[in-house]
Design a protein around this ligand. Structure first.
Ligand code: CMC
Length: 434
């Protein structure tokens, strides 16, 4: 616990004149919070914050975001430094264990994750129950949820060793399951993981290798994949992470909780946005039609939103988007891809950033704006984009789940509501209902 109390916040009921002092708690950096845990007991009122725009739901030491200045830190380390100098498994260790590993810890962790990458052979038969045209995110929800039926020995959340093994299994097996979902959709054989490869290389190998020829590993693609994984590893209390925590707060096992996170991530306002960006760019089609879509995005009567723009927390550039923009150019150059969609994306970015509507609302390109273009260049279909996000975010989800489960003050999450339905009324038999 690093929190300290610093004074209080006064709350007055203008109707009755009563007032209460609410404690203010400071974190290590960033805004303080008003502690409302006793509010209902003292005042008989709940707070009302649908969408949780002003609500801190937990205490956490993993990730800090300053949305006003565009800062993202994992355990204090800026995301730009991690993306430049680290690699995904080191970031996973950092998130799970609180600090960067020394050489010995790093070797041991990499070895452990590497030797957990295979999935139970019976999972391959489980896959065959899905339709070939199933969306890979639907498969991910099902298969990851089913892991609790395959790995009973790591579902006892009261056992610290079981919690650690479950976290290692999840980080290790997600790329294998994701690649199997992709191969299944193509009708190609599954690839077993290769222990000689790094995490990112192994993922690329399982996604793209075929038994009939040797897969040539591109260092540029491996680096870009590693960066994508680092940049998506954790992002504080977003919708899917909050979902994992809420599911876990009841004592549900970690595999079930991560499956809940995958379901939440799937939505187009969250992880599904990178898929939505590509669909939108395809729909726009060419530069001449950008104006028409910008106009639609600004029309309050049109539900259309410019996908890949805006963020609940960042009201400045998304620092992950800056790193990915560079990766995006590297990948396209290395692959020699002349992608008209990239030109379209760059033009859209330019126009939107100069448009008063976007400027006034601080709607900058977010991480999904660029990740979709990179993944497309790598050869992945749009339906796999959110799957990749899920592979990376599993590290953050499970680290957040562990942090919550190991917090002795943890309680089941149980929000209340502002009820606006009918008051008590008498039941009317069917015959009397007109
Ligand atoms: N296009 C057009 N207008 C927008 C957009 C957009 N993408 N995003 C926000 N606005 C407008 C919105 O209409 C509102 O305008 P007004 O004040 O006139 O009513 C204003 O900006 C504030 O929007 P909001 O809905 O209150 O903002 P929010 O914080 O609830 O929404 C968001 C955040 C990410 C859901 C939203 O910006 C959005 O839908 N973006 C497109 C989807 C997307 O790219 N999502 C990926 C998010 S980053 C990855 C992740 O963390 O999951």
């Amino acid at each position: 616990m690093t929190q300290t109390n610093s004074g209080s916040f006064s709350l007055t009921n203008n109707r009755t004149g009563e007032s209460w002092d609410l404690p203010v708690i400071d974190g290590s950096v960033g805004p303080s919070v008003i502690d409302v845990r006793r509010l209902y007991g003292q005042t008989g009122h709940f707070t009302y914050d649908p969408g949780f725009t002003s609500t801190g739901s937990c205490e956490s030491g993993l990730t800090y975001i300053d949305g006003e200045t565009g800062v993202l830190l994992h355990r204090g380390y800026p995301i730009e430094d991690l993306a430049e100098h680290s690699h995904f498994l080191e970031v996973a260790y950092l998130l799970l264990y609180g600090d960067l590993p020394n050489r010995e810890q790093s070797d041991e962790f990499v070895n452990t994750i590497t030797y957990h990458t295979m999935v139970h052979e019976q999972i391959t038969t489980f896959f065959r129950g899905f339709r070939r045209d199933a969306h890979p995110m639907a498969i991910m929800c099902g298969v990851v949820g089913a892991l609790s039926a395959f790995y009973h020995d790591s579902t006892d959340i009261t056992d610290p060793h079981a919690r650690t093994v479950a976290s290692h299994r999840l980080v290790a097996k997600m790329p294998t399951i994701a690649a199997m979902a992709f191969k299944y959709s193509l009708g190609q054989p599954f690839n077993y993981p290769q222990n000689r490869l790094t995490y990112a290389e192994n993922f690329l190998h399982m996604l793209f290798a075929v038994p009939t020829q040797t897969y040539e590993m591109s260092p540029v693609l491996a680096r870009a994949m590693d960066r994508l994984l680092i940049l998506h590893a954790d992002h504080e209390q977003n919708a899917s992470t909050s979902t994992v925590r809420l599911a876990g707060s009841s004592g549900a096992n970690p595999f079930a909780c991560i499956a809940a996170g995958i379901a939440s991530l799937w939505g187009p306002a969250h992880g599904g946005a990178n898929e939505a960006v590509l669909n939108m760019l395809n729909e726009i089609g060419n530069r001449d039609r950008i104006g028409e879509f910008v106009k639609r995005a600004k029309d309050p009567d049109d539900p259309f939103r410019m996908m890949g723009f805006g963020h609940r927390v960042y009201k400045n550039h998304d620092p992950r988007a800056r790193v990915l923009m560079q990766s995006c150019h590297e990948v396209l150059e290395a692959l020699g891809v002349e992608d008209p969609l990239l030109d379209l994306a760059m033009e859209l970015e330019r126009i939107a950033l100069e448009d008063e509507y976007f400027v006034q609302r601080n709607l900058y390109p977010n991480v999904d704006f660029y990740s979709g273009i990179i993944l497309k260049a790598m050869g992945l279909p749009t339906s796999m984009f959110t799957v990749l996000f899920a592979v990376a975010r599993t590290t953050g989800w499970i680290a957040q789940w562990k942090e919550m489960t190991e917090d002795p003050t943890q309680k089941i999450g149980r929000p209340r509501q502002l009820y606006t339905g009918p008051d008590r009324r008498a039941f009317r038999p069917l015959a009397d209902r007109g």
